[in-house]
Design a protein around this ligand. Sequence first.
Ligand SMILES: C[S@@+](CC[C@H](N)C(=O)[O-])C[C@H]1O[C@@H](n2cnc3c(N)ncnc32)[C@H](O)[C@@H]1O
Length: 309
Amino acid sequence: MSATLKLLRALSDPTRLRIVALLERDELSVNELQEITRLGQSRISTHLGLLQESGLVQSRREGKRTYYRLRTHAEGATGEFIQLAIRGAKELPEHPGDQINLKRILGRRHEQAQVYFNQVAGRFDRVYGPGRSWQAFGHLLLRVLPPLVVADLGAGEGLLSELLARRCKKVIAVDNSEKIVAFGAAKAKKNGLKNLEFRLGDLQEPPIEAQSVDLVILSQALHHAEEPAKALAAAHRILRPGGQVMILDLLKHNFEKAQQFYGDRWLGFAESDLHRWLEEAGFKKIEISVVAREEQPPHFQTILAGAEK
Ligand SMILES: C[S@@+](CC[C@H](N)C(=O)[O-])C[C@H]1O[C@@H](n2cnc3c(N)ncnc32)[C@H](O)[C@@H]1O
């Protein structure tokens, strides 16, 4: 049968005209079409089968459900036939009722989504959201980062370095633990990150050439330094003019066991101390703020300090 004949046959039935008109606004499942038209499931399925065969309707599966929609970008004869069918459907006595039911079904769909978000409003950041994670946000933010040369001081096994290396020109990860450096370097190699270089060294005197990096990161590392001011002076030294230092650390706390549990030298820092050391090192445009507070005791708070050379 020719394509035109198939189209004519598909539209030679008032129920199929109704279905085409209903699919004009949005895709619908067989169940939804059944609820709107009050027709039996097998009748609707047969009609949909014919409409699909003629090329007027297409479908997609979502789990166990199949959704039907008018063929997108229908051009030429198909597009004209769709318009004709919609006009024809408007002349049918069922049309006004169909449209009222359609509005109701689409409204209910919208409400179902709203019910969930209304329930979690105000605590959205604390409830589980499928696929939502800080790691994913990190990747998103990385995409807007220019191709920088980065020094990650006190890098550990390179959790952050690895993330940065996927976007940055080069990342130099410095740590004073031989074991950690060996582990991090092996992991970077395994992950094919050729632009991530691990170096053994002290963050107070990093083995990095002066004025050679665009960004220095100290993530939960500064409180391990004997002399934090010396580490910040070193950060200033290795930065190119206009480069930035970014520090993530703990706000001053009194959980003394941190020294025993985590090997910390300093029980976090007061914002004023960090500000002073950054200024003494020669940094400008200093910005410091508390960016996170843990829910569990001892309620560690994270400060983010940024400054420019
Ligand atoms: C808490 S971890 C932080 C690791 C990583 N920056 C992160 O945010 O996941 C601290 C790291 O600093 C390293 N470290 C401690 N003192 C250091 C120093 N003086 N020079 C260089 N690295 C140091 C430790 O070996 C450890 O890997």
